[in-house]
Design a protein around this ligand. Structure first.
Ligand SMILES: [Zn+2]
Ligand SMILES: [Zn+2]
Length: 165
C-alpha cells in the first residue's frame, strides 16, 4: 500500500515536471517564432526603405542628366538639329550643312537618313518628290512621329523647325 502510494506520488511528480518542461519548450518556441517574425518585419521595412532611397536617387540622377542633356540640346541651333528617324535610335545629331537631297548615315545605327526631311532616306526620290519634308502634310505627321520617338527613346522634348522646299 505504502509502496504503491509512493509509486503513484512519484509518477504524479514526474508527470508534473514533464508537463512543465513541455510548457517551457512551447514558450521558448513561441518566443523564437515571435523574434523571427519581428526580424522579418524589420528586414522588410529596411529593404523597402533602401529600395525607396535607391529609386529617389535614380530619379534625381535622371532629372540632373536630363537637364544637362536639355541644356546641351538647347545650345544646338534648331536648323542643324537632327534626330535619327528610325525607331529605337533617335540619336541627336548636328548637321553642319543641311539642304534638299542631302543624305547621311546615322553614326549610331548606321542607317541612311535624309538631312533635309529628317526622315529615312528616300532612295531614288528627291525631297520634293518624296514630299516628306517637314513643311509638307506628310512631313508634319513625320515630325510629330519623330518627336514622339525622341521623347520615348531619349526623354527629350524636341523642338524641330519646320521648313519648306
Ligand atoms: Zn540611328
Ligand atoms: Zn529628303
Amino acid at each position: 500500500m505504502l509502496f504503491s502510494l509512493l509509486v503513484g506520488k512519484s509518477r504524479g511528480i514526474s508527470l508534473v515536471s514533464q508537463s512543465k518542461h513541455f510548457a517551457i519548450i512551447i514558450i521558448i518556441i513561441i518566443i523564437i517564432i515571435i523574434i523571427i517574425i519581428i526580424m522579418i518585419i524589420i528586414v522588410t521595412i529596411v529593404f523597402v526603405f533602401v529600395i525607396i532611397i535607391v529609386i529617389v536617387i535614380i530619379i534625381i540622377i535622371t532629372i540632373i542628366i536630363n537637364n544637362m542633356q536639355m541644356a546641351a540640346e538647347a545650345s544646338i541651333p534648331e536648323a542643324s538639329k537632327l534626330y535619327c528617324p528610325y525607331p529605337k535610335c533617335s540619336t541627336l545629331m548636328v548637321a553642319d550643312e543641311r539642304g534638299p537631297n542631302m543624305h547621311a548615315e546615322c553614326p549610331a545605327c548606321h542607317r541612311m537618313l535624309c538631312l533635309w526631311c529628317r526622315t529615312p532616306w528616300h532612295q531614288g526620290q528627291t525631297c520634293g518628290e518624296a514630299k516628306v519634308y517637314p513643311g509638307s502634310a506628310k512631313g508634319k505627321k513625320e515630325t510629330k512621329r519623330l518627336c514622339f520617338l525622341a521623347l520615348i527613346n531619349t526623354g527629350l522634348f524636341c523642338g524641330l523647325a519646320l521648313q519648306t522646299v
